[in-house]
Design a protein around this ligand. Sequence first.
Ligand SMILES: [Fe+2]
Length: 373
Amino acid sequence: MTLHTFHCPTRLHLGRDARHRVPDLLRGRTLIVCTPGQWARLQADAEPWWPREAAVFAEVTPNPDLDALDVAADALRGQGIEGVLAIGGGSAMDAGKALAAMLGTGGSLHRWFRAGEPIPEAGWLPVVAVATTAGTGSEVTPFATIWDTARMRKRSLSGPAAFPAEAVVDPVLMASMPPAVTRSTGLDALNQALESVWSREATPWTEALAARAVALAMEALPQVLERPHDLGARHRMAEASVLAGVCIAQTRTALCHAISYPLTLHFGTPHGLACAFSMQAVWSACAGADDGRLSRLARATGHGSVEAFGSALAELLERCGLSEALAESLPQDHAAVLALVGEMHAPGRSDNLMVPVTEAVLAEVVKRSLALS
Ligand SMILES: [Fe+2]
């Protein structure tokens, strides 16, 4: 008998118009954290569901920067902020978590990540995370990715305190997502579900949830790309994303994410595309050593065999335009990508795969991915 743990303390509100519950979830003086574009959309909303009297940090950037967040926290200290309302995709939620940690504990990112001070495990402000994209799952995970661009490092703020208190997932907020964001975030959701399946930490529970996430994402992702205002399809994609988030909260991500971070740092490749880049090659690498989990996933998602699932995955990525999107966000020179293989060994991720990842395996996966892209 194997001992499993499963921890998800975040209360989830998923469904059409869930955003209108937000006022009942907030306690005390609130800080809204979002991008400038999101802030403009909030102000134009005919039916406001966010607190008008809140403090606002509406300067979140696509890959939240360590120094910029430290400056923001310093400016916000002493304002009596008691909770964070993060609204947006992964960047807004990760920035919200970082600000909740700093404002709640008095610490700072440079002290934790550059001076090596321990990150407090308690005392963070409560976060209400409102997802406007279907992909990152950050609304239900204990992770926040912060980019130390000055030192070309990706940092991870993680631990139980990083779980949002409340997650609000409303497909209505996702209907206006631009196609490129829908594609990238949707691929992240699908990839995260698969990463949990081939993780060393997979359990029967995460396998079951991931199977539902994969089935939903494979059905709904082409639909939301073809019919952006189809709220039923947006709902299915949102559910896939949350389920995948719950799975990686237990298992962590694996090789595709390890490969993605240098691509995003060096070439600015959007996160979901950078993760999807190696998805087929990693599936193939695991298929050769399947201990039964890939077969179970293939059957549970109606594909019959590991080979049939691999073909369906390739077809789906083609239909979603992955190759074209990667052509625009990766260098044409394959040598520039291969030069990063050494940086793609990320402890806790590249070695969190069901098969051992040697330097040779990693290089082969990257070469195969380049050939497919
Ligand atoms: Fe991800």
